[in-house]
Design a protein around this ligand. Sequence first.
Ligand code: SF4
Length: 228
Amino acid sequence: MNEKLEPLLALLRDVVEHWSPAGFATSLGIEDMLLLDVIDRYKLGIDVFTLDTGRLHQDTYDLLQRTRGRYHTPIAVFAPDAADIEAYVAENGPNGFYDSVPLRQRCCHIRKVKPLRRALDGKRAWITGLRREQAVTRQDLPLSEWDTDNNMKKFNPLAEWSTVEIWDYIRQHEVIHNDLHAKGYPSIGCEPCTRAIAPTEDLRAGRWWWENAASRECGLHPRDMSHA
Ligand code: SF4
């Protein structure tokens, strides 16, 4: 057994015992498929949800579909507010997010941050698959922190896992995952804002690749949280 699996299980069980109701936000990326597998395999009883921005890759929708046949744990899907999308598109066009960082952040706010708020409504904590290795913006990521934006506890139980450890678990347990990973996409977001990367690039270099690395977060994980 991976030596990090026991601490991971202990942390998730601690979240259930002390921070219920907690929600696990899956982007259906490789880390999140690992967490879904653990939550389902060990029947941890943690609510799972995803944010359907409306701009995901077809491979991601295919994977979401496949989870229904593989896991007993359902994934609740939260969509953006239709009026928000219509207003944004009327003002900026469907791809206005390429025009400036504020317009990109506005699109992420409408399609991700606001649906996240709805998904977290009534929760005391949320769980993510973030890891320190993923980006310069995540190098000091703690295992748990206080999320001031959402006013609740946030757990990052894979913070210390390496890419090799993640893939070892995925292969050992034959965890279903996005076909895009094999095509050079270690980090997968919306289709128009994600590209494949070269092996030497930062794991999140393909996300909003036209922007400076320091601004490449979507607003779901602002780094102004107090560690706890
Ligand atoms: S990643 Fe791109 S398409 Fe998706 S919400 Fe953000 S700006 Fe919009």
